[in-house]
Write a protein that binds this ligand. Structure first.
Ligand SMILES: O=C(O)CCC(=O)C(=O)O
Ligand SMILES: [Fe+2]
Length: 372
């Protein structure tokens, strides 16, 4: 079972209620590595979610030419079908690319568009981007603002859950590195259900901090998100209206000295011949993380580091962590070399197939950061 966490009870509850939510949150990430977030309406009301989903649908159902206008560099912007093989990032690339297309809207503090996260009315770095269809920008920017507020609340909740001083994460998340991805898994043509690949999105862990996943229609009869249990089995996770599915990426696992678990997950293909197999699936995914120059060291507080549990990792910047993951991922893929610049240092990196994590990682590198 994936635990349900009521974020409004944390935001508005008394000390005792907040402590209860924090304990349940800590337990969820120590064990399952996922939770279902409820009580989100204040920050992401149903109409904001529905408007964002409707706009995303319109985008994916528009003509290939229209979608190509949002193509940027094959890293952020529009990624057509065939561009990703996400399980490469877990060291097990699948034989063929993931049947998915996506639009990736970056917020990596790139020069000229650095933005601030605020609980209310935060900036949206791509709001005026000329490559985005106009009717998409407003609903997605609204979603971005709500999801960013929720990210800040999740960081405060983490402080309480991990017994950190209140405000410990404030500085690192004042100007965070985030990315909003809308992903469309198209309907399967007859006969295609049994063809390779066997999944809609391959097995992987996310790279960074919290991922806020909005999805609909996943159920036992209509498989979608599946997560790996501690026992190594795959477990389907039903979606339910008004919830967000939250998991952590490897960076937060590292930050917590592996107290919290970055759980492997994937998107299943519906059964051959099922109604679901003839339907597409849309998800709205918000990847969050600290400012890329944040030094991430195993949190020097008793819940994460102690005499009996010394640090398992050396300190690293958020950026270098992501680059390290990239290198590990690309070692197992067919290589093709590209260059990118990170803080003025040109780094050559082998980049095989692009995948979600790659999008995140590569964007970190491609875009230049401004020092604080
Ligand atoms: O579409 C989903 O449910 C999951 C997507 C995902 O895991 C990702 O984009 O990293
Ligand atoms: Fe993921």
């Amino acid at each position: 079972m994936v635990p349900r966490i009521d974020i409004s009870r944390f935001a508005h509850g008394n000390t005792e209620e907040r402590a209860e939510v924090a304990a349940a949150f800590d337990k969820a990430f120590c064990s399952v590595g996922f939770c279902l977030l409820v009580g989100i309406e204040e920050w992401l009301p149903p109409h904001v979610i529905q408007n964002a989903r409707a706009a995303a649908h319109r985008f994916f159902l528009s003509s290939p030419q229209a979608k190509r206008r949002a193509y940027l560099d094959g890293v952020v912007g529009y990624l057509p079908p065939g561009a990703e093989n996400v399980s490469s990032s877990a060291g097990t690339p699948s034989a063929s690319p993931d049947p998915v297309e996506s639009l990736n809207l970056p917020g990596y503090q790139e020069r000229g568009s650095e933005w601030q996260a605020r609980l209310e009315g935060c900036d949206c770095p791509w709001e005026k981007a000329p490559w985005l269809p106009e009717d998409l920008t407003r609903p997605l920017a609204e979603y971005w603002r709500g999801a960013t507020s929720l990210m800040l609340l999740l960081m405060s909740l983490s402080e309480l859950a991990l017994d950190l001083p209140p405000g410990y994460f404030d500085k690192s998340f004042e100007r965070p590195g985030t990315l909003l991805r809308i992903a469309w898994y198209p309907p399967q043509a007859p006969g295609e259900e049994t063809a390779q690949p066997q999944l809609r999105y391959g097995e992987h862990t996310d790279f960074d901090g919290f991922t806020l996943l909005q999805r609909e229609g996943d159920s036992a009869d209509n498989p979608g998100l599946e997560i790996e249990t501690a026992g190594g089995e795959w477990m389907a996770v039903d979606s339910s209206p008004g919830t967000l599915t939250i998991n952590i990426g490897d960076l937060l696992q590292r930050w917590t000295n592996r107290r919290w678990r970055a759980t492997m997950h994937r998107v299943a293909k519906p059964a051959p011949g099922s109604v679901a197999s003839t339907q597409g699936r849309l998800s709205v995914v918000y990847f969050t993380g600290p400012h890329p120059e944040t030094l991430v060291e195993c949190l020097p507080f008793p819940k994460c580091v102690s005499a009996s549990c010394p640090p398992k990792y050396a300190p690293i910047t958020a950026l270098d962590h992501v680059l390290q993951k990239m290198r590990a991922a690309t070692e197992c893929t067919e290589m093709n070399s590209r260059h990118y610049t990170s803080r003025g240092i040109s780094v050559g990196i082998a980049l095989g197939t692009l995948f979600t994590a790659g999008v995140v990682a590569f964007s970190y590198g491609v875009l230049r950061f401004r020092r604080r």
